[in-house]
Each structure stands twice: as structure tokens, then as C-alpha cells.
Design a protein around this ligand. Structure first.
Ligand SMILES: O=C(O)CCC(=O)C(=O)O
Ligand SMILES: [Fe+2]
Length: 340
């Protein structure tokens, strides 16, 4: 696999304690982090380590069910449900080697919860955790609204989880353990490089289960430009790693950066983590009917559903281009072998 260049930059750590009295200081820190790397960690956010672990336990119980059971709540265009080794990234053209289960608050989740008999307490636990992640998100939304000159409640209203049209998602992820005694196969990816297309992502990780890497370098949200140096983001107990998504990049007229990131494929037993990795990603997505446009009106006004639709189309087009490029590569190397 291609060599990776690393840089030792660190992401800012921002404490949300005494939020109301420190809001100006926190706003300044969040805005600076959003403008620089688009990634930062928040601490003292109000969700305890035990509460995070309780959700990891619930996710673990879900993933340890037989595939036939999980397949009764399959992933669909509603952006909810379970998939296994199905998500193909435009950066790789290959499926991520993981399984994930996506949950939402609203109507997209109808029929997508497993029954109480199958997974007792799971639904209540997960919705409770999602509300906690929402509360942390809303604090940051107020700060980003202030930073951009919008009214304080502007982004909170656009992400109102009591609205049945809400698209916000909690995604539980499980990356499979990899055998460190044999070379990792070419084309094996845990999570290929990508930028998120939501407003703001909150990522919960488990200490020891490393692999997340970030790669700043995008100037406009309409481009898929990757930088060339990666930075490892090690999991720390209780920290939430946050990243700006394409929606907030666009909504800020490209002032805040939506940064490429990936979960590294383990290739070197001396430094890489080969065990299973579990993570929880909370994607703040807007209500389908909210109106999106930055203060400088750099991009045309779109609704929440139009933005999501356009993001999926762009992703699909980039994916088709990557698949065609991969095919060409395979044909070329086939010709070279045949000519030998
Ligand atoms: O599992 C992780 O750490 C990253 C997940 C991620 O980036 C995503 O699902 O968008
Ligand atoms: Fe992501």
C-alpha cells in the first residue's frame, strides 16, 4: 500500500465547562479550530465516561447478534439500519471492512428498531444517549451561529430533533479485527478517506482502539481535494472528537473546513492497532425543510433535503469515476502481466 506521510500536529482540546459564563471564550476557540483544521476535541461536555461506555455496551450487544437478525433491519436510502462491508468510498472504490447500524429520532426509524425481546433496553438506551449528544451539539451550534453572525438559535432550530423531518443520525460502527501474522490484503480498508456531509460530527472512541487519522487540505466544499499529510487522533477516555461536515463548510461560505479523515488499515504490527474497533458517530443533519445559505451567499440557497440529495449525487459521481479509474488500473496491470 502507498506510503503515508505523517505530521505531528495536534488537534485543539476545548473545555465546555461553565458554558453559559464562558460562551465568548468557547466560541472563539471553536471558531479558530473550525477555521484551521476542522477537527477538535471537546471535554467537560456533560456526558460521563460511564454514559459513553453504556452506549458502547449496547452497541456491542447489537453487533454480537447473528447477521440474519441484524439483516431484518437493513440499511436503506432512509439513512437508517444495518450494513456490513457495503459502504464504498469514492477515495478507494472499495467497500469498508466494517459493519454499522444507523439510528434516527424521527420517522425514518419506523420499523428499524429490533424488538425488545431481541435486544432488551437497546432503543431506550440509544435514544437517551442521542439526546445527550444532541445537547452537546446544541451548545456548539450556538457558538458557530455567533461566529458567523447568525442569531443564537439559528442552527439549533434547523436541527430540531422533535421535528419528524429530522435527519440526525447516531451511527454505531464495528471494524473487524485483522490478522497481524499475515500481510493485510491489498485493497483492504477499514474506513477509506472521506469528508462527512453533515453539519457537525461528534465521534466517541474507545481508548486503545486507535486508527482515526485526519488530513486537512480542502479549500471549497464542492471539491474532493485531499491534503498530503495525515495526523493520528488517539482515542482518550471521555473526549469527544468533533469535525465540521460539508454542510457547515458550505453554510459558512467555506470559512469552516470539512476535513478528510479515515480509519487506517493496519499494515505494520509494530505500530498499528489490529484488534476490533468500535466507535459511535453522531451526525447532526438538518431538518429536510430548513433553508441553507451562508452569510456571504457564496452558494445558492438550498433546503435540507436538497443539500442531502446533492451530497449523495456528488458522492455517487465521484464513486463512479473512482471505479472506472480502478478498472483501468486493473486492465493495465492485466496487460502488463499478459505481456510478460
Ligand atoms: O469510526 C471512526 O472512527 C470514523 C467513522 C467515520 O468517519 C464515519 O463514519 O463517517
Ligand atoms: Fe467520517
Amino acid at each position: 500500500m502507498a506510503e503515508t506521510t505523517y505530521s505531528d500536529r495536534t488537534i485543539p482540546k476545548i473545555s465546555l465547562h461553565d458554558f453559559d459564563s464562558r460562551i465568548d471564550e468557547i466560541t472563539a476557540q471553536l471558531v479558530a479550530a473550525a477555521e484551521a483544521d476542522g477537527f477538535f476535541a471537546v471535554i467537560n461536555h456533560g456526558i460521563s465516561v460511564d454514559e459513553i461506555e453504556a452506549q458502547f455496551d449496547a452497541a456491542g450487544r447489537f453487533f454480537s447478534l447473528p447477521d440474519e437478525v441484524k439483516a431484518t433491519v437493513p440499511f436503506s436510502h432512509r439513512n437508517t439500519g444495518w450494513e456490513k462491508a457495503k459502504q464504498i468510498r469514492p477515495s478507494t472504490g472499495k467497500a469498508d471492512q466494517k459493519e454499522s447500524y444507523q439510528m434516527q429520532f424521527g420517522k425514518m426509524m419506523e420499523g428499524m428498531w429490533l424488538s425488545e425481546e431481541t435486544l432488551p433496553g437497546f432503543r431506550k438506551q440509544s435514544l437517551g444517549f442521542m439526546r445527550k449528544a444532541q445537547a452537546v451539539s446544541e451548545k456548539m451550534m450556538i457558538c458557530f451561529a455567533r461566529g458567523l453572525g447568525f442569531p443564537d438559535d439559528y442552527f439549533v432550530k434547523a436541527h430540531d430533533v422533535s421535528n419528524p423531518n429530522i435527519q440526525t443520525v447516531l451511527r454505531a460502527l464495528h471494524y473487524f479485527a485483522v490478522d497481524p501474522t499475515v500481510p493485510t490484503p491489498e485493497g483492504y480498508y477499514r474506513a477509506g478517506a472521506h469528508a462527512d456531509w453533515d453539519f457537525l460530527t461528534l465521534l466517541f472512541q474507545r481508548p486503545g482502539q486507535s486508527g482515526l487519522e485526519i488530513c486537512p487540505g480542502r479549500e471549497v466544499f464542492t471539491a474532493f481535494g485531499l491534503g498530503d499529510t495525515w495526523t493520528k487522533v488517539e482515542p482518550t477516555a471521555g473526549e469527544i472528537v468533533c469535525n465540521i461536515g460539508d454542510l457547515l463548510m458550505s453554510w459558512s461560505d467555506d470559512r469552516f473546513k470539512s476535513t478528510f479523515h479515515r480509519v487506517k488499515t493496519p499494515t505494520d504490527p509494530a505500530v498499528d492497532y489490529y484488534g476490533p474497533r468500535y466507535s459511535l458517530a453522531y451526525f447532526n443533519q438538518p431538518n429536510t425543510d430548513c433553508q441553507i445559505q451562508g452569510p456571504l451567499k457564496k452558494y445558492p440557497m438550498v433546503t435540507g433535503s436538497q443539500f442531502t440529495e446533492a451530497a449523495m449525487k456528488r458522492n455517487f459521481a465521484a464513486l463512479e469515476a473512482k471505479k472506472a479509474a480502478n478498472k483501468l488500473e486493473e486492465m493495465k496491470s492485466g496487460l502488463v502481466q499478459a505481456g510478460r
